[in-house]
Design a protein around this ligand. Structure first.
Ligand SMILES: Cc1cc2nc3c(=O)[nH]c(=O)nc-3n(C[C@H](O)[C@H](O)[C@H](O)COP(=O)(O)OP(=O)(O)OC[C@H]3O[C@@H](n4cnc5c(N)ncnc54)[C@H](O)[C@@H]3O)c2cc1C
Length: 458
């Protein structure tokens, strides 16, 4: 049931977006570039839009072709391209001269910050959406989003772009300690626990959990920051695996694959997921694997090994020790042997949740849990998503709701939480929003003059 809004009704936006990461930023750009008359407001939890700030590690590079950016596949002439960013920063030629295949993640984060800066008039920062409900205003069904700070926002449509939920598996989810944390918290938590580079608080021993690109980057970063620290990477799989970068497999990041995947049965999707998995998950690029291997070998030569990788190890118990450190009990999955490692902290490179019924999944994004029964679900309980990223309402008076960046289980790996197809998805969303809003009852299109005035006032 929808509820009725009380006096002091805020403005009604055609599009209300939750999150202003790359996904909703790409949408804002697509709307501007097609001169859309739709009004939009985006809520961002952070003090300013940033791209994965907890993992901006020295030397780490991006995992996508840099031109698969916020705009280029949709509009190669856009001013919001990565190349134009470099040009406007006066760094284009020097960047093209870099002896590396991919840009530094720091530079790409600067690009996202730069592009987001052009849209600050559409974004309210420091506004973490806390509650979403449906309300009625003057006979029109609207989304009402209340933020942690108590502000209320109304939208004719809702676009959820909060990024995927970090996955913290058992038994790590049983311990309430600031010394066990997901990689999205890495840099701030490191500063809190060690001052960032030790500053007299150099840890004795730390653990990285997982076998992904991020896990390898974290092991390298920790070993560089804290040369005396014992850094152990624990992974359930046999060891650290090379990412599948075959150009044939990479076609899984083409829009044709998205269409193909979308039409496949759930069983077919599972088979495609199994094939595509090593292109992005539980695997790492050759450069970081080589660097880690060489580091370990040289330390061994010097008789002073401090960096280790332990495959086939699965944590069975995590507990805080009396002195505030963390005791991790691991089971060797094939020999049955158990070991305990006591560490200063453990970083979880354990990934993110997709939509689904599995133990590492969630049936719907947590923020919309109270609305979930308004939408159709697949037989296994996950939300049914249309090709244009809209959910299918089953209850009357449910305004359009779109998911942006959360649809790996319906659209496949290429069209989920990565840059690969972000700009094309933004075009699909912009079309779909325009289509749904064309007949919205309470909507009067703002004129060009209204929009110019709003921009000037921002
Ligand atoms: C360490 C790391 C490195 C990566 N590197 C790459 C790469 O090189 N190439 C690539 O293609 N992909 C990479 N990815 C995948 C990454 O998910 C995408 O690049 C991109 O960040 C997805 O954008 P998004 O907008 O969907 O999500 P996010 O970037 O997570 O943005 C979501 C935004 O929503 C905000 N938010 C969340 N909840 C709320 C709320 N309740 N209210 C208001 N705001 C909220 C967040 O603060 C955030 O700003 C990487 C991911 C990680 C974790």
């Amino acid at each position: 049931m929808s509820e009725t809004t009380t006096p002091g009704t805020p403005d009604v936006h055609d599009i209300l977006g939750i999150g202003f990461g790359p996904a909703n930023l790409a949408l804002a750009i697509a709307l501007e570039e097609r001169d859309s008359p739709l009004t939009a407001r985006f809520l961002e939890a952070r003090p300013s839009p940033e791209w994965q700030p907890g993992m901006l590690l020295d030397g780490s590079d991006i995992q996508n072709h840099p031109s698969r950016d916020l705009v280029t596949l949709r509009n190669p002439r856009s001013r919001y391209s990565f190349l134009n960013y470099l040009h406007e920063q006066g760094r284009l030629l020097r960047h093209l001269n870099l002896p590396s295949e991919f840009p530094l993640r720091k530079e790409y984060a600067g690009y996202i910050r730069w592009a987001a800066g052009f849209f600050s008039h559409l974004v309210d920062c420091d506004q973490r959406a806390d509650r979403v409900r449906i309300t009625e205003v003057a006979g029109e069904s609207l989304y009402e989003v209340t933020t942690v700070s108590g502000r209320r926002y109304l939208g004719r449509t809702l676009v959820m772009g909060p990024g995927r939920t970090p996955y913290v598996p058992a038994p790590y989810d049983t311990v309430r300690s600031r010394r066990v944390f997901h990689l999205t918290q890495y840099l701030p938590r490191l500063t809190e626990l060690t001052g960032g580079t030790g500053e007299g608080r150099e840890p004795e021993s730390v653990a990285v959990i997982g076998g992904s690109q991020s896990a390898v980057e974290l092991a390298l970063d920790l070993s560089r920051r804290f040369p005396r620290t014992r850094v152990t990477t624990y992974t359930r799989s046999h060891s650290l695996r090379l990412k599948d970068t075959s150009p044939f497999s990479e076609e899984g990041y083409f829009p044709e694959f998205t269409d193909y995947y979308f039409r496949a049965s759930r069983e077919g999707k599972r088979a495609l997921d199994a094939y595509m998995h090593p292109t992005n998950y539980s695997s790492a690029d050759g450069d970081v694997l080589r660097e880690l291997y060489l580091t370990m070998y040289e330390q061994e030569l010097d008789g002073d090994q401090r960096v280790f990788v332990r495959g086939n190890h699965e944590a069975v118990r995590v507990a805080e020790t009396g002195d505030g450190r963390i005791a991790l009990d691991f089971l060797e999955r094939h020999t049955g042997e158990t070991i305990t490692d006591t560490v200063d902290f453990a970083v979880l490179a354990t990934g993110f949740r997709n939509m689904g019924p599995g133990p590492d999944e969630e049936l719907c994004p947590p923020l919309m849990a109270s609305l979930a029964d308004r939408f159709a679900t697949e037989p296994d309980g996950r939300l049914e998503v249309d090709a244009d990223y809209a959910l299918r309402p089953v209850a009357d008076g449910t305004p359009p709701l779109f998911l942006n960046g959360l649809c790996e289980s319906s659209h496949g790996i290429g069209d989920a939480g990565s840059f690969s197809l972000l700009s094309l998805r933004a075009a699909t969303l912009a079309d779909a929003l325009a289509g749904r809003l064309a007949s919205a009852p309470g909507r009067t299109a703002p004129t060009r003059t209204d929009r110019a005035a709003a921009l000037a006032a921002a």
